[in-house]
Write a protein that binds this ligand. Structure first.
Ligand code: SF4
Length: 406
């Protein structure tokens, strides 16, 4: 594979403003996020209009693109509300809007929005004729169905001019392109309106009709039986193949995950895209693998749909090998770093810190020398969800994210 000068984009998840900023700082070329309506993550900490404006400005100040999600499907009753919502955001200078329902295309053009339009993976685009159809309809980038094979991607790329984006990392769905009625059937929460209850991740047992209340265990593993739950996608080892096939953008799933997840997955795929096809990639692959193992995930697969082997749905316990402790937020008036905490940090302990990968990998281990709370008291422990001034040895650099291995 040749390492081309125009590298494919890394499109990172931004579940809130904090995640957006860290994804950008850690190397995202684009971030995707949704507002309070019409995106397929009703449970996410979605952006207010002020957040959207701040997020778009932050992206543009850091040479990143802002992709706004308007990818829900509209019933007739939803059209007026969608028009109102689009009118409220139409003046914001998004770089692109992501849609699923063609009706959204009509509404955003009627509202006078001129930004690029991307098509969501929800539309199950798998072949060049479908890509051409959407491209002729004014869509510049197609996020292919997760079920698209490498051969499909190659054929599509050879026969169309549209930009192709694929999911490279994150949760997969047992339903075809995420179009699923399981959640609506069991809980009344509609996955196709962004309100999935993730029923496929629940634990199931077998009940004989005449013996209700006497469930029979189906033994899949120590954690229980989750026969419908898929492994997570991880294409780090195959990234060069996907670049060669013509992929122009790699999307990371996970708007509901942590700042640490958004930052670490982004920097690893950003660096892997840079080194793909070179000896450096092979040298760094163990580091890439280890870092992706240190973000929360289910067991990984790189071939769930491409080369189904019948084993893709077993052993789905969540793996959490590192605890996200906090990040460097700013400095106090004396220039000592201040940290926002997500889990306790103890004086005297040694923690790990990760940083954006620029010319080098600067990650390291740092010992907590002192913790000062908001009342200027020196304390033994920093509690979660607060801001503390913390002195480390050696001194902590900018943009640090702290973790503790379990
Ligand atoms: S219930 Fe599971 S399979 Fe269905 S949409 Fe939700 S995550 Fe996907």
């Amino acid at each position: 594979m040749k390492n081309s000068c125009i590298l494919p984009e890394i499109v990172a998840p931004a579940g809130n403003l904090e995640k957006l900023k860290f994804a950008v700082l850690y190397g995202a070329d684009s971030v995707y996020f949704g507002g309070s309506e019409h995106n397929l993550r009703a449970q996410a900490d979605n952006f207010s209009i002020d957040d959207i404006n701040e997020g778009v400005c932050y992206c543009h100040d850091h040479d990143a693109k802002a992709i706004f999600l308007l990818n829900s499907f509209l019933h007739e009753k939803d059209i007026s509300a969608a028009k109102r919502y689009i009118n409220g955001v139409r003046a914001i200078p998004f770089d692109a809007v992501m849609i699923s329902d063609p009706a959204m295309m009509t509404l955003i053009r009627e509202a006078g929005m001129t930004c690029s339009v991307h098509l969501s993976t929800q539309m199950s685009t798998l072949n060049h004729l479908a890509v051409r159809f959407w491209h002729n309809a004014g869509i510049s980038r197609i996020v292919l169905a997760r079920e698209a094979t490498i051969d499909d991607i190659r054929m599509i790329q050879e026969n169309t001019d549209a930009e192709l984006e694929v999911f490279v990392h994150g949760a997969l769905c047992i339903a075809y392109s995420g179009r699923c009625l399981l959640s609506r059937h069991i809980t009344g929460r509609d996955a196709n309106q962004g309100d999935c209850a993730q029923d496929c991740r629940w634990r199931y047992s077998l009940v004989e009709e005449s013996r209700p209340g006497e469930p029979l265990d189906i033994i899949e593993g120590r954690a229980g039986t989750e026969i419908l739950s898929s492994k997570d996608l991880c294409l780090i080892e195959r990234i060069g193949q996907y670049i060669d096939a013509g992929v122009r953008a790699f999307k990371i799933e996970g708007r509901m995950k942590s700042v640490y997840y958004a930052a670490n997955t982004t920097r690893i795929y950003r660096d892997a895209v840079r080194t793909a096809g070179t000896a450096e990639f092979e040298k760094r692959l163990p580091f890439y693998r280890e870092e992706l193992d240190l973000v929360s995930h289910r067991p990984y697969t790189d071939n769930l749909f491409n080369e189904f082997n019948g084993k893709g749905f077993s052993s789905i316990n969540y793996i959490n090998k590192a605890m996200f402790l906090g990040y460097r937020a700013s400095s106090d008036p004396r220039g000592v770093p201040m940290f926002k905490t997500f889990n306790p940090i103890y004086r005297g302990e040694t923690v790990e810190a990760i940083f954006p990968i620029n010319d080098s990998i600067r990650d390291g281990r740092f010992t907590v020398k002192d913790i000062i709370d908001a009342e200027n008291n020196s304390v033994e422990m920093a509690r979660p969800n607060a801001i503390y001034t913390i002195r480390f040895d050696p001194e902590m650099g900018d943009h640090a994210i702290l973790r503790r291995r379990r």
